[in-house]
Design a protein around this ligand. Structure first.
Ligand SMILES: *[C@@H]1O[C@H](CO)[C@@H](O)[C@H](O)[C@H]1NC(C)=O
Length: 252
């Protein structure tokens, strides 16, 4: 599973001053932390000042100074580069802002994983060459990258398999569905296998063809009904016996 190689974040300050109705001026500062290593050894801090869409002044921590890109920017850069207090503070942002926030983001987002909840069920095929179909669904996993496939008697089954893309739930979690159309054979073993960054080994979900979930539910409901019936019948019998024992059926 490949991990993101680059992870940046932006804090944007917007300072807009509008006058008149003919649009306005857009002045903003962006703070970027750019890195691709887990130990943050290549962390770069950028502070960019833009007017409308053009960067006119930028601090780049690799250079350790401001660089101006317009006449005004060059002047401002010169002023701030001569102020050691400002430059030292800017250099410290690599640790104070970038590495500090990167640690929080890495533990809560970048390297966070959430295990999928997997459901294996039998569904009626709408059409196709086979009479049976299994559906393997994985829900609520993060990150997006996942592998869902079918094994039939120890071999990966690729024919008559349809799979959806990873679907975003819109809440940072994802779901995926895979269908296998097949003709049941007695004694065969079919399983759905899921590989994901949250799992340290592939998870194998074996299909139990003897009874589906709905069959089990029907049997459970039937059995409950039978037990209830026996109880009512027994109660009725006891009631009948009690009543009838107090009655003299044949007068002397
Ligand atoms: C920051 O400065 C370094 C060194 O000059 C340069 O390689 C890098 O591209 C600069 N970063 C950006 C985003 O401009």
């Amino acid at each position: 599973m490949s991990l993101p190689k680059l992870f940046g974040f932006h804090l944007i300050l917007m300072l807009s001053s509008f006058w008149g109705t003919a649009g306005g001026f857009y002045l903003y500062q962006a703070f970027d932390c750019i890195y691709s290593t887990k130990d943050y050894s290549d962390m770069v801090y950028l502070e960019s000042h833009s007017f409308n869409k053009d960067v006119f002044l930028q601090f780049n921590s690799t250079l350790g100074k401001y660089v101006g890109f317009t006449e005004f920017g060059v002047k401002q850069a010169e002023n701030w580069n001569n102020d050691q207090a400002i430059i030292q503070q800017q250099k410290a942002e690599v640790d104070r802002l970038c590495k500090h926030n990167a640690q929080i983001d890495d533990s809560s987002v970048t390297y966070k994983t959430v295990k999928p909840k997997v459901m294996l069920s039998s569904v009626k095929p709408a059409s196709g060459r086979h009479p049976a179909m299994l559906l393997c669904s994985a829900y609520n996993f993060y990150p997006e990258t996942i592998k869902v496939y079918w094994m039939r008697d120890g071999k990966v089954e690729t024919s008559d398999v349809t799979s959806t893309m990873e679907l975003a739930d819109g809440d940072w979690y994802y779901q995926i569905h895979s269908e296998l159309q097949y003709t049941p054979k007695s004694g065969e073993k079919i399983s759905c296998v899921v590989e994901h960054a949250s799992l340290n080994k592939p998870m194998v979900y074996e299909w139990d063809p003897s009874m589906s979930e709905s069959d089990r539910n029907k049997i459970a409901i039937g059995a409950s009904g039978l037990v209830l019936g026996i109880i009512i019948a027994a109660a009725g019998l006891i009631y009948y016996k009690k009543k009838s024992s107090g009655r003299i059926l044949v007068p002397n």
